[in-house]
Every structure is written in C-alpha cells, then in structure tokens.
Design a binder for this molecule. Structure first.
Ligand SMILES: Cc1ncc(COP(=O)(O)O)c(C=O)c1O
Length: 384
C-alpha cells in the first residue's frame, strides 16, 4: 500500500491545516465574518504576488479560465482586434476563447516546448497595429516552458504603447519571478489549485491602475464576470454573487504561512527557492536518463521525456502504481511526456522522497542506472 500523492501541475496537495479550516460550520457569505475572510484573502493575494496596494486583486468563483474570460470581456470591447501569441495548449486557448467571444483574433502559434521569442511578438503586433490587447501565458503548463514575459511585454509596448497586456499566470504566480508592476502588465490571472495550495474552484484577477482606469469608462460587456461590479464590492469584503466562501477560508489557511515567509525573507527568496526545487527535480531526472521537453523550464512544472524506449505515459503509469498521480502530456505530446510539479504543500524533504519514487518507477519501466544516483543528484542540487 502507498500513500496517495498528488504531483501533477494542479490540483496540488492540500495541507491538513487547509482541510481543517474548510471543515468548520458553514459561513453565510453576507455575514460580517465572511467579509473579514474575503478582505484578508485579498491582502494575502497581494503579498503572494509581491504587489503594492495600487494593484487590485479580485476573487472569482470559477476556474482559471473564467478569470481570463473576465479580464478579456471586462477590459476589451467585443468585436475589437486582439493578438495572441502562444507555444502550447493553454496559450492557444486564449486565442480560441477570443475568437469564440466575438473578437477579431490574430494568432501566432509556435512550436510546443519552445519559449516565445520576442521577435514573434514584434512581428505579430507590427502586422496588426489595431490590436487592443496581447493575450499571453507566462508558464505554459502543457509543455513546461516559461516564457520571457518581461521582454515580451517590453517588445509589445515598443510596437504599440497603448496595448493591454493580459497575462495567464495560472502556474507562474507564486512560483516564478513575476513583476506585475515593474513589467507593466495590465491584468494578470491565476487559480487556487496551483501555487496557492488551495482546492480548485477560485480564480484570481490582478488589475493594474491602467486596467482600473479602463474599467471605469469601458464599453466592454460581461455579466457574471463583470469586474467593474466585483471591484465595487470586494473592497468591503463582499462579492457580487454567492462565492465559494469555504474555499476562500481554505485559501487563507494556505496563504497565511506562505505570506509570513514572504514577509520575513522577501518574495525574491521565495521565487529562488521554488526555482531551486524545480531545478533539483530536473537534475535528478537527468541523472536517471530523462530530458526536459521544455527549452526553458518553468519552476512550476517539469515535463520529462524518459530515456528511450520508455514513453512518458509508461512513466506516468509506473508512478501511479505507486500512488503518485502526475500528469501525461496533452494532444500531440500526450504519450511523449510525463508532467510533474512541486507546487502547493510540498517541501525539500518531499522532493527527496520523490527522487526515490522516480528511481523506482523508472527502474520498473526498464531504465538502467544504479539505485541512488537520482537521490544523490537531487540532494546535490538542493545544496547549492
Ligand atoms: C497555464 C494554464 N492556463 C490555463 C489553465 C486552465 O485553468 P483552469 O482549468 O483552472 O481553468 C491551466 C490549468 O492547468 C494552466 O496551467
């Protein structure tokens, strides 16, 4: 028998403190207690994103996709032109979404696993100067690639200073360096089932002053996802509709210790630690004959290509046989890669035990190496 482990790039493992917090008596969302919970969640969301009070975080009861629909439909008038640049399934989704919602959509789709070159952004926006927004994903979880968001944003502004930069940071927020204010991002979204270590069901929107100004005079149309309406009420701890208040209680229980660590050591140290953990996982996997599918790996997710002839799916199955649920690839790379993440309730000692698990799973698949080399590689990488 094995302990069940969630090592997928979301949903992630939930700490006992989060589970316990959500087991209390049902709160009414219009009660004074609920308002305190929502207000505190918004403060904590600012801390984990490393943003000042100029940024407004909003909480939506939806998955991350709902938050992207919210920023698009609340900030950009339907029928406008938008540009989308992607190199993976989630980035492609935003272009598809925009098309479905009635935007004239200019899309550049690049090879999966690559990181978007800045030149692709420049070319796309020069060819489509009337684009009102650039839709982009920071950490492309389908391929494990991190995109150079800072320079993507810079390049976009160089072509079109007025363009809105709408960012999917679903797996990068709280995992990778993300300088919402310094990089001039207008709206950034994330989801509860990733680095914030809460169950699925909540989505977060971060609005910069530029986006807030647009909201005031916007002709954009949204109803459930009308951010103007949410903005009016969330400052006082209300939400426009019935929120998943139990999840917000759980979110706070997860974010309190994270925020305390960030306040003590700084957000840069937090990001560095996440990067080091992911790098250690990658070093361990390389010592066992695996390679990374992603050109520039995101700290949120490792996409492993096992040594031939083992497929990513076989590795995924061997991990599952031992109680550990990772994730296969998607679409054209479904069987090729196995995706593993250290997001959520996870520390360096969990990483160490995972190295042993990965060794056994790969040996079971027929890989050849001396037991212990993966553990040693991970340990060595963590020492740096
Ligand atoms: C980068 C990225 N974008 C979008 C999504 C979709 O999020 P959701 O399923 O919460 O709507 C995910 C989910 O894994 C993701 O990793």
């Amino acid at each position: 028998m094995f302990r069940q482990r969630l090592i997928a790039p979301g949903p992630v493992e939930i700490s006992p403190a989060v589970q316990l917090a959500m087991a209390q008596s049902q709160l009414h969302h219009r009660s004074p207690e609920a308002k305190v919970v929502v207000k505190r969640a918004r403060e904590l969301l600012r801390i984990v994103a490393g943003v000042s009070e100029a940024i407004e975080p909003l909480i939506l009861t939806a998955s991350g996709t709902g938050a992207f629909e919210a920023i698009l439909t609340s900030l950009v008038a339907r029928g406008s032109e938008v540009a989308s640049v992607s190199a993976g399934k989630f980035g492609e989704r935003w272009g598809d979404m925009a098309k479905t919602l009635g935007y004239t959509t200019h899309q550049t789709r690049l090879e999966w696993g690559t990181s978007i070159p800045v030149s692709a952004v420049t070319t796309l926006l020069e060819a489509n100067p009337n684009s009102k927004a650039l839709l982009v994903t920071h950490s492309e979880t389908s391929t494990g690639a991190l995109h150079d968001l800072e320079n993507i944003a810079k390049a976009a502004r160089a072509v079109n200073p007025k363009i809105l930069i709408l960012v999917d940071a679903i797996t990068s927020l709280g995992m990778a360096e993300l300088q919402l204010e310094a990089w001039g991002l207008d709206a950034v979204i994330s989801g509860s089932q990733k680095a914030t270590g809460a169950p699925p069901g909540l989505a977060f929107v971060y609005l910069a002053p530029s986006a807030l100004a647009i909201l005031e005079s916007s002709q954009a149309t949204a109803y459930y996802f009308d951010l103007r309406r949410e903005l009016k009420v969330q400052a006082s701890g209300e939400t426009a509709f019935t929120p998943a208040i139990n999840l917000i209680v759980g979110l706070n229980a997860s974010l309190e210790p994270i925020a305390a660590e960030i306040l003590e050591h700084g957000i840069t140290a937090w990001w560095a630690n996440k990067k080091a953990m992911n790098n250690a996982l990658l070093e361990c996997a390389k010592a066992l004959g695996c390679s990374s599918f992603a050109e520039h790996p995101s700290p949120a997710c490792v996409t492993l290509v096992p040594p031939a002839p083992i497929s990513g799916r076989e590795l995924w199955q061997a991990l599952l046989k031992r109680g550990a649920r990772a994730q296969t690839g998607q679409d054209g790379i479904k069987d090729k890669i196995c995706r593993i993440s250290f997001m959520g309730h996870f520390d360096r000692y969990d990483a160490l035990s995972f190295a042993g698990l990965l060794e056994e799973a790969l040996l079971d698949c027929g890989a050849k190496f001396t037991r212990g080399v993966g553990v040693a590689a991970l340990w060595a990488a963590l020492e740096v």
